[in-house]
Write a protein that binds this ligand. Structure first.
Ligand code: F6R
Length: 613
């Protein structure tokens, strides 16, 4: 969702903000804006030009106030109010002396706005955000400082926010606050920063801090003061930057786009996620898991919660946990779990899966689980993320920064991490003996080279993409462990090509959706080595005129089965196959999207790290 950055004490404040916005652009790109303290007043520029907003903003930065050392910036993913310049942040108060950027949703904005208008405030946007700057304006009129003003302004606000404000009347401070939406502060030598994401601040400072829920941070040149919303001083939570996350890791490194780069980083992501997991006692050890073995032994059910591609990784885990650890496993869409009345208790292990560790739906589902007394574990790619801090245990995917909105390397790393969790559960519960655990772990260790081999066949995928050019309707079919792969293939295609693509369990096709199959429809079928029944389902689609593409392991006889074949290296244990079979589907989505001229890294209407419900 939206990206925010604030800086104070830096002679190149605007440059820092622009560079930060470039690094945060993946969080939303409907519009972008910046405000700087310019002597006794504010200088503000905003731009709304879809995926080019940050470029346009930078291009429009004329007559830059040279002496400015304090400013805030924002890149927006629109929720309330269209992606227009008027709705772009920063928003200013009636005097034009105060500017504010916000990520999240103010749920009671409508009830707050009426009385503010009655008291004479003039609104310039349709956003939920603008009420905040007018509320703050009223509090500051009472003569309090910026931090106290923000604390008071937020008292009657419902919803999720990270918010950063600056005032031309108090030029050497930026003040920020957070509830449920990520926010970090950093302190350098005579400088201070806040941002939604550490990527915006890498290389700028040496000390980083997580601002927690309902905390307010006042950042000055080289200083940071954190209080609760009630004004109590608190010690800020220090965060350690993952050594794999440097500025270079977040660059395209010669690739055309981040998505190709990240697709090609998959062997490394899988290998790194497996590093150091085999202990000296010839057993699996997950250092960061933190949940004691006896608690895991007591578990009688697992619930996996996640969204999107992470949810699909969770679906793969269901097969592994049930098969290896013999634990009943449910996989839940995070936004659904929270608003049911789920049966969770101390013996239910709730596993969140999240690349960002910040997705609000998943965060709230985990919080619900903790309230129910269930032990929680998060599979996260971000070491300092909110979920990683709040959950009882963590399992890190070590994929490095994923910038492209469509998840690829994190998805495969999540599957591998969840396989590790399933094996640890099996080991501790005694449902698998040491030799069986070691054999599966060896199977996992072979995956990086198999993924590499699958990537080496990209040209075959391009040829199929060329043959499919013009098709607009896709079904992705799979059975058993191939089903989540089919769902993931369909999601990738939808996201970046904007083509209609439905993932379906192959056996269900005949119960309804087969009515949609006709010449021109493409059926992409993941041929799981165990599933002979798939062949009948493919034949049923073929008989109705569909163009069929089959994903099949080397050696699998597919004579007469399909119009096109995408071969993948064979994986000995089918339960580990999704990490390999998903690769041609990622490549296919990529090739089709590029043929359509789409921006694969920044698909329309989407954003990475979804911090609204
Ligand atoms: C799809 C994609 C999204 C995310 C989802 C969850 O390519 O990236 O569906 O998987 O928004 O995000 P995280 O994993 O950060 O919780």
């Amino acid at each position: 969702m939206c990206g925010i950055i604030g800086v104070t004490g830096d002679g190149n404040a605007l440059g820092v903000i622009f560079e930060g916005l470039r690094r945060l652009e993946y969080r939303g790109y409907d519009s972008a804006g910046v405000a700087l303290v310019d002597g006794a007043s504010l200088w503000r520029r905003r731009a709304a030009d879809g995926t080019h907003s940050v470029d346009d903003l930078i291009g429009s930065a004329d007559e830059v106030p040279e002496a400015s050392r304090t400013g805030i910036g924002h890149t927006r993913w629109a929720t309330h109010g269209g992606p227009t310049t008027e709705n772009a942040h920063p928003h200013v108060d009636c005097s034009g002396q105060l500017a504010l950027v916000h990520n999240g949703i103010i749920e009671n904005h409508a009830e707050l706005r009426g009385p503010l208008e009655e008291r004479g405030h003039v609104f310039a946007s349709q956003t939920d955000t603008e009420v905040l700057v007018h509320l703050l304006e009223e509090e500051l009129a009472g003569g309090v400082g910026l931090a106290e003003g923000l604390r008071r302004a937020l008292a009657g606000v419902r919803g999720a926010f990270s918010v950063v404000v600056l005032s031309a009347d108090q030029p050497d401070v930026i003040v920020a606050a957070r509830r449920s939406v990520p926010l970090l502060a950093a302190v350098g030598d005579g400088t201070g920063f806040v941002a939604s994401d550490i990527s915006a601040l890498l290389g700028r400072a040496d000390r980083f801090f997580a601002i927690e829920d309902d905390q307010v941070a006042a950042v000055g040149p080289g200083t940071l003061e954190v209080t609760t919303l009630a004004g109590e001083p608190v010690e800020p939570t220090s965060v350690v930057v993952d050594p794999g996350w440097d500025v270079e890791a977040a660059q395209k490194a010669g690739y055309d786009d981040f998505m190709t780069k990240e697709i090609h980083e998959q062997p490394r992501a899988v290998a790194d996620t497996l590093l150091d997991r085999w202990g000296p006692g010839k057993d699996l050890v997950i250092d960061e898991l933190r949940v004691p073995p006896e608690d895991l032994r007591a578990v009688d059910k697992v619930v996996v919660v996640a969204c999107g591609s992470s949810y699909h990784a969770g679906m793969v885990a269901k097969y592994a946990i049930e098969r290896w650890a013999r634990l009943p496993t449910e996989v839940e869409i995070a936004s659904e779990l929270r608003y049911r009345d789920p049966v969770l208790h101390e013996r239910t292990l709730v596993v969140g899966v999240s690349q960002s560790g910040e997705t609000l739906d998943t965060l709230e589902a985990l919080r619900e689980a903790r309230r129910s007394g269930a032990p929680t574990v998060i599979v996260s790619n971000v070491v300092h993320a909110t979920m990683a801090r709040e959950a009882d245990g963590v399992l890190y995917t070590r994929a490095g920064p994923e910038v492209s909105v469509a998840s690829t390397k994190c998805h495969v790393a999540q599957i591998v991490a969840l396989d590790l969790l399933a094996l640890v559960l099996a080991q501790w519960r005694g449902t698998m003996g040491p030799a069986a655990v070691a054999a599966e772990f060896d199977g996992l260790r072979r995956l990086p080279s198999l993924v590499d081999e699958a990537l080496g066949r990209a040209k075959d995928v391009d040829a199929v993409a060329e043959a499919l050019a013009g098709a607009r309707d896709y079904f992705f079919l799979g059975r058993n462990i191939g089903y989540p792969v089919a769902l993931e293939g369909a999601l990738k295609l939808k996201e970046i090509s904007y083509l209609r693509a439905e993932g379906y369990p192959a056996g269900e096709l005949k119960h309804g959706p087969l009515a949609l199959v006709e010449p021109g429809v493409v059926v992409v079928a993941v041929l799981d080595p165990l599933q002979d029944k798939m062949r009948s389902n493919i034949a049923e689609a073929s008989a109705r005129g569909a163009t069929v593409v089959v994903v099949a392991a080397d050696g699998e006889d597919v004579t007469g089965l399909s119009d096109h074949v995408l071969r993948v290296p064979r994986v000995d244990d089918p339960i580990l196959a999704p990490v390999v079979t998903v690769v041609p589907l990622q490549l296919l989505a990529y090739a089709l999207a590029r043929r359509l001229g789409n921006d694969v890294d920044r698909p329309r209407n989407l954003a990475k790290t979804v911090t609204v419900e």
